[in-house]
Design a protein around this ligand. Sequence first.
Ligand SMILES: [Zn+2]
Length: 388
Amino acid sequence: MTVWDALVGQSDVVEQLQRAVAAAHETDPGPEMTHAWLITGPPGSGRSMAAVAFATALVCPDGGCGTCRACRDVASGVHSDVTIVRPEGVIFGVDQTRGLVGRVGVLPSRGDWNVIVIEDADRLNEHADNALLKSLEEPPSRGVWVLCAPSPDDLLPTIRSRCRVIRLRTPPIPEVADFLVRVAGVDPALASYAARAAQGHVGRARALALDEGERVRHQEILRFPQRLGSVAACLTAAADVVAAARLRVADVADPMDADDLAQLLRNYGEGGTGAGSAKVRAGAAVKEQEKGQRNRRRRLLRDELDRVLLDLLGLYRDLLVLLADQDASLINEELRSEIDRMAANVDMVGALRRIDALGRARALLAADGNEDLVFERLALELQRPQVR
Ligand SMILES: [Zn+2]
């Protein structure tokens, strides 16, 4: 399996990146290759995977064979010429940015290229100082920046304009299902369900296919509309959804926070007591870290709740489709009889208004709206959509 096989439904992008890799391995790379790339695409389309595949192919003598020493070293994070900055990292200050600028400037020690991948490049905005901009514009001859962001608009124009933009698309459902069967060995019926339910989000499809708990949660979310009997029931259902999401985030974030703190204290030299303890010495840094951790938690919670909204959107899209055509295929094919029952009480205008309400909820969440209020309002709107 080559490094490119992990990219689902992105054949155009793969071809373009492979041309760049082929050029990059020439003595005189030519125009197919450049020093600053920006990989964009909707959540779940595989931005980070594309960036890492590209970085690996640049340092692999075979253009990303997936099996040689270089490929394996990148995969396990120990290749000296590939630096990958991952989104979980909460410390992302000017110092770190400058560190990366310095890092891209050294000559590669093993192969032809020295690659820095930044998976959440939108976070560079605050620290887009001149050192970074200059490095993006005139990178050292063997250095490559590969930035990732949801869309080019998420980056400052000063950064964006210095990069060649690669756009991933939402992968088609059949290709996601095929990928699950081929690469993860998933049963075809289960793969088809997971690909449909995930609506083109590859990571989500994989989780639904491989994790029973994930499937149970998904089914629970789809029962949300049935819980919206009275106003009180709406408020309870909304609170339950947000509370469940908070618990899920805590499961992920608690160990990450503990690791960050342990790492930080190690950097300050563990041990000592009272005024001399590492925790006191690290005081300001700990505060700064906690701020980053709070932001990370908010981001994780927003992502989690957005997935809930996408699941519900799929359900109401099914309702709309079924109202228009009894025989149409559905995202939630397994729930056809339930959706049929919903269709008895809702007309197309009602379905559209509920879809609008979900769209508004997504926009409010993305704009940092209060999660509890967003979901209370949504529950009430799904129960009785307003004319707008
Ligand atoms: Zn290789």
